[in-house]
Each structure stands twice: as structure tokens, then as C-alpha cells.
Design a protein around this ligand. Sequence first.
Ligand code: ADP
Length: 190
Amino acid sequence: MLNIIICGAPGSGKGTQSELLVARFGLKHLSTGDLLREEMGKNSPIGQEARRHIEQGQLVPDEMIARLLAEAIDKAAGEFRGLILDGFPRTVTQAEMLEEMLKARKLDIGLMIDIDVSEAELIDRLLKRGESSGRSDDNIDTIRKRLSVYHEKTKPVSDFYRKQNKYAAIDGTGSIDQIQGRIVKALQEA
Ligand code: ADP
């Protein structure tokens, strides 16, 4: 069974590439950003707390997001051939929590795919997305904050998987198909 992490800065195309991998390999896609937006949509207590962090471009607390993800994995149990985790882990603490969470469920991670895109292109893409997404965090101030949080907190997560030989950096520029081709190749070589 194939369980993968797809990671990359905001705007790197993780969501788009995840959907293509779902179609190709029958994976279950779990996006922590989507789980949080669902809670915000319901205006649940978790959603209300999440909104305060997200609108500042900050991460939500590790424990909160780990709990939401574990629930989503358990809800999907039995209906997937493998998992594709999108947006998690975003901190080294979350990576450690994930190890425990998966071990308890007799699962593990095969590969982390890190999609690499230049900062100028990321800002350009996110501003464009903001015109149609209606996402309150796709504005220039929040985008800058999210990118700086990404460099500070999420970049170190790649070393965690690199040390375990479970890491592949992918050039995230070019057409959607080209990028998908690079990801599939990395998965075949893993
Ligand atoms: P993007 O990758 O474009 O930032 P996401 O949809 O993955 O978009 O996440 C949106 C926001 O949700 C993040 O900026 C962050 O505040 C919050 N979030 C998502 N995943 C996590 C996580 N694993 N830990 C903490 N916060 C998260």
C-alpha cells in the first residue's frame, strides 16, 4: 500500500496534483486545509478557532489539526488503497505526531513529494486564485505571512523525511501534465 505526503508552499499546486494522483492510483486524498475549511463552513468550535489563525496566515495548533486528521483517517478506514496527505505535516512536531498516528494504525509513509516553485511565481498564482477562490487568506498580506511561516516551520519537515530516505523534490514549474509526469516517475523510483 502506498501512503504519500505531498508538500510544497502555498500555491505550489499540491491540490491539483493530488487530484490527479487520486484518479491514477485510487488513493484517498486528505487535505488538512479542506478539513479546516469544512469546519469553518459549519462554524463549529474548531472552525471558529481555526479561522482566527488562518486569517492571520498562521498555522492552527498542532494538536487540533492532528486530531482532525486522525478522525478523517479513521472515517475513511477500509475504503482506500493508500493515502495522500496534503498540507500535513506542516511542522516537525506534526511529523512526529504522524509517525505515532500511523504506527497505531499499522500504516507508514512511503514518500514525501516536495513541489518546488519560485516565490515570485507563488505570489502571482495565489493572487490570481484569490480573484476567484473567495478564500479570505488569498490576499497579499496574508500570502506573505503564509510564505514566511512556510519557510520557517514547514521547510524543516523535508529534512525529517530526507534522513529516512523518503524524500523527493519535484520541479513544480511547467504544465500540470509535466509536473504529474515527474511525480509519477519519482513514485516509481521510490
Ligand atoms: P495553502 O497550502 O495554500 O496554504 P491549505 O489549504 O493547505 O492552503 O491551508 C490553508 C491554511 O490552513 C494554512 O495557511 C493554515 O493556517 C491552515 N492549515 C492547513 N493545514 C495545517 C496544518 N497541518 N497545521 C496547521 N495549520 C494548517
